[in-house]
Ligand binder design. Structure first.
Ligand SMILES: NC(=O)c1ccc[n+]([C@@H]2O[C@H](COP(=O)([O-])OP(=O)(O)OC[C@H]3O[C@@H](n4cnc5c(N)ncnc54)[C@H](OP(=O)(O)O)[C@@H]3O)[C@@H](O)[C@H]2O)c1
Length: 342
């Protein structure tokens, strides 16, 4: 008998998510009898990803299904297999999976919408959630497969100091592009310029964003990798070069408003500019992950990409950490390390 703690959806946020929208439950718990094909896992590290906010909306408003009231929150996590009735998983294996915000969960790998993936030997669990995580793959395929950068192009990245954005900036530099970054606050902008090597990082919260973008991109933007949407999307589109492309990765500025994400104001700008806008979801590239990881490993070992990690400690930290995402209070990839009660 052990304790299983859970964070549940207590109420649907109608606007900014609050810590009170999460409910806490703990219950005495015995390892369950597994059905064939199931694994029983203990959670080591939770990833606080903005897209979870979309799953808190009423049904019909997100790519994956809505979380029910009273149900555990779910998200990407690094977990350790405790017991298994699946031939590909053994006790002690470390894997990444979409799992409940709980100490312990039962998963069915063959039915999982997102593949449950072994963390390769020699890769640290925290690295599997940061530099070798789906966010790095998102940057890789969004930039290289959708954006198709070429040397000398000007690339604008919004949400640039975040988990996906910082990787996009560094990969665009590897591709030989000029990189202009948008981020909130002087510290994030300084880190982007001094550590990641972007040419100009603009604090989008200060006035005059349109003028500063025009000054930074006098010949226009060839590729705009947009994580944010809203005002950033509009100002970026206003400055696109002819035949430019906008990679639609996410719309975080709308997630916490309770409203659908708005599009650009004047579609004729895209017509006259022959601009392509294309959304993507990372799962579309699952059959190419190995190719991506081998290049990401080489870049990492060569010191060409680095990750800023905001690791919070303890299960109780989850709701506050999640709310911080929408106030820009995370400094890099936001993770919560689980510390299980003895
Ligand atoms: N398409 C896909 O398959 C895929 C996969 C993974 C992630 N994504 C998307 O990628 C984006 C970034 O995710 P991430 O995990 O890397 O998060 P993140 O950037 O590490 O963290 C979120 C950051 O977004 C910024 N932000 C929050 N609210 C904002 C607002 N109202 N306006 C402008 N910026 C705001 C804040 O940075 P500042 O301090 O700079 O404002 C905050 O630190 C999200 O839109 C996510 O949904 C897409």
């Amino acid at each position: 008998m052990t304790l299983n703690r859970s964070w549940l959806l207590a109420s649907r946020p109608d606007g900014p998510v609050k810590q009170d929208d999460f409910g806490y439950r703990e219950e005495a718990f015995s390892p369950p009898d597994l059905a064939a094909g199931e694994i029983f896992v203990a959670t080591r590290i939770f990833s606080c990803a903005p897209t979870i906010r979309n799953w808190l909306n009423p049904p019909g408003r997100s790519y994956r299904g809505a979380i029910g009231i009273g149900d555990p929150i779910r998200g990407m996590a690094a977990v350790e297999v405790v017991a298994s009735r699946h031939n590909d998983f053994a006790p002690g294996d470390l894997v990444t999976a979409v799992a409940a915000w709980q100490d312990y969960t039962v998963l069915a790998p063959d039915k999982a919408a997102v593949p449950i993936t072994h963390i390769p030997a020699g890769i640290d669990v925290a690295d599997a959630m940061t530099i070798y995580s789906p966010n790095t793959l998102t940057a890789y395929f969004g930039l290289l497969a959708v954006g198709e950068p070429r040397p000398g192009m000007t690339v604008l990245v919004s949400g640039a100091a975040g988990s996906v954005g910082a990787m996009v900036c560094q990969m665009a530099l590897i591709a030989g592009c000029r990189v202009i970054a948008l981020a909130g606050g002087a510290d994030k902008c300084r880190w982007l310029e001094e550590t990641c090597g972007v040419e100009i990082a603009i604090d989008y919260r200060l006035p005059g964003l349109a003028d500063r973008l025009k000054e930074a991109c006098p010949d226009g933007i060839d590729i705009f990798f947009d994580n944010v949407g809203g005002d950033a999307l509009q100002k970026g589109i206003d400055q696109m070069a002819p035949h430019g492309r906008v990679v639609l990765c996410g719309q975080i500025s709308a997630y916490d408003t309770g409203q659908p994400a708005p599009g650009p104001a004047d579609m004729m700008k895209l017509v006259y500019g022959r601009i392509r806008m294309e959304g993507f979801v990372i799962g579309d590239f699952a059959d190419r992950y190995e190719e991506a990881y081998s290049r990401i490993r080489a870049w990492h070992r060569a010191g060409k990409i680095r990750c800023r990690v905001d690791m919070r400690e303890g299960f109780s930290a989850l709701p506050e950490a999640f709310v911080d995402l929408f106030q820009g209070k995370n400094v890099g990839t936001l993770l919560v390390r689980n510390v299980r009660p003895k």
